[in-house]
Design a protein. Structure first.
Length: 497
């Protein structure tokens, strides 16, 4: 693959994507292999190996997911002001590699410390790799949504392979081998980015290299200080895991601060730019609710698959963790081709839905998918096991909803945020995911199954069915509310569509 800078197309009318997109695609693909491969194991590992009660397991999973998506807000700010995207991606990738390899150590202390390193690393890596994709296109380049759909496919190729392989190795061979396998592929992602980073030319460089190298004290410059301060944060995060009850106050406090900060920045802008930022903020807030429902797939739906989905195919029992964690990204891989073609196809005919309408459609499809799960439960009361085909069909609708929101949201942030704060806004986009993941843990705990019925699918099924129906109802209702808000949001977005 030739990554020479001369291949960057300058004309927005071109239908070809720059080769740098594919370098970032493969970097993100292998990083997501490691991230989702590890995540596939977390809740089941805590419940079956560490013997945590289910509510505690959900709380810690929610805290981990919340922190892993909160840190990009800070990583984005630091990148915007000091490091630049390239250094942030490399530093974050190194920290995540350390975290996966620490998880592979079969010691009691390694579990929380490994997750803490991954949290810090993701804070630098995640917002900046996405922001670098946005720098390859102008704001109204019609290829931009398509590019993020392609990039999003890379995320899910990695997630599918990671969930499938790490889930199998962890559940069937050795849990720590599964964590270690994730670390190996994180190294692969680092190698891809390191060898291709120069093709980005001026993109992702520090805003002020001289200031970054300037000593602060004792010969330590700003760059080294950022690295040291991040490492100091690792034991602090471990403490939060041990005191996970305080996460309620932290998450909602940070949420309030984030909204106030965005409003303050908006107040310094002229009217059109301010309205664009308001439009982005509304869609970001709605995305929080989407992720609260969607992220049951890495929590309660993992245990649901283990207990209440018939995994027998042609006389062979499939591993539930591998199946459940392969299905969402597997559908994304297939459907990303469809959506990457669909948006430009509709755009040329003047039929492409606006960004806020895509968000509304995403909630309706998500709710429909959960109703498929619920309907399958209603027809499977006698056996307590829903058909695998129903599980697959429900995920099809859920992933159609995801593809109307997640890659579109990444693109939306790069379109509506002023260039000087785009990485920070990307971090806030991921912080919304953090709040959603945290709420997902709360919702998942409502599906906790008492220990005396976990091995009886007939008795455990009603615990899941009740909440699945409510998620479907609330999600569709939110989609309808958002449809009513579309005219206002579109007006604030000005020329951006």
């Amino acid at each position: 693959m030739d990554l020479t800078e001369t291949q960057i197309p300058e004309a927005p009318a071109s239908t070809r994507h720059p080769s740098q997109l594919y370098m970032l695609f493969f970097t993100e693909m292998w990083e997501r292999f490691s991230f989702y491969g590890m995540k596939a194991l977390l809740l089941a590992y805590m419940v079956t190996q560490l013997k945590f009660d289910e509510p505690k397991g959900y709380a810690i999973l929610g805290s981990y997911a919340a922190l892993v998506y909160t840190m990009p807000m800070f990583g984005g700010m630091i990148s915007d002001r000091f490091l630049g995207g390239r250094k942030a991606v490399m530093f974050g990738g190194i920290l995540m590699t350390i975290g996966h390899l620490v998880l592979a150590i079969p010691q009691g202390w390694s579990f929380f410390y490994g997750m803490a390193f991954i949290i810090c690393g993701n804070g630098f890596f995640k917002p900046n790799i996405s922001s670098l994709v946005g720098t390859l296109y102008s704001d109204n380049d019609p290829r931009k949504d398509s590019a993020f759909s392609i990039f999003y496919m890379g995320i899910n190729v990695g997630a599918a392979l990671g969930g499938l392989l790490c889930g199998y190795v962890g559940q069937r061979i050795n849990w720590h081998y599964g964590f270690g396998l994730a670390g190996i592929f994180m190294i692969a992602g680092l190698i891809v980015f390191y060898t291709g980073r120069k093709s980005l030319r001026h993109r992702g460089l520090p805003p002020s290299p001289e200031t970054l190298r300037k000593p602060l004290f004792a010969g330590i410059n700003q760059e080294v200080f950022i690295y040291i301060a991040t490492l100091v944060a690792v034991p602090v995060i471990v403490t939060l895991f041990n005191q996970y009850e305080v996460m309620d106050y932290i998450m909602f406090g940070l949420g309030a601060i984030s909204i106030i900060y965005i409003l303050y920045i908006a107040s310094q802008m002229e009217r059109i730019a301010r309205n664009k930022l308001f439009a982005a903020l509304i869609l970001i807030v709605f995305s929080t609710l989407f992720w609260a429902f969607y992220e049951q797939n890495s929590g309660s739906l993992n245990l649901f698959a283990m207990r209440n989905v018939n995994m027998n195919v042609a006389g062979k029992e499939l591993p539930p963790l591998s199946v459940n964690n392969f299905l969402p990204p597997g559908w994304v891989i297939i459907l990303s081709f469809v959506f990457a073609w669909l948006w430009p196809f509709l755009n040329k005919r003047g039929l492409e839905p606006s960004t806020p309408l895509k968000f509304a459609i995403s909630f309706i499809l998500l709710g429909a998918g959960f109703y498929v799960f619920y309907a399958a439960c209603a027809f499977s009361k006698a056996s307590g096991l829903i058909p695998l085909l129903s599980f697959v069909a429900g995920y099809f609708l859920i992933i159609c909803g995801e593809l109307c929101l997640s890659p579109i949201g990444l693109s939306m942030v790069t379109k509506l945020a002023p260039q000087k704060i785009v990485a920070m806004m990307m971090g806030i986009w991921f912080f919304a995911s953090a709040v959603g993941e945290f709420l997902a843990g709360k919702i998942g705990s409502l599906m906790s199954v008492p220990k005396n019925v976990v091995n009886n699918p007939v008795l455990s099924l009603p615990y899941y069915a009740n909440i699945l129906s409510k998620i479907g109802m609330y999600s569709i209702g939110i989609g309808i509310v958002l449809i009513c808000l579309v005219p206002i949001i579109r007006k604030w977005m000005s020329e951006v569509r």
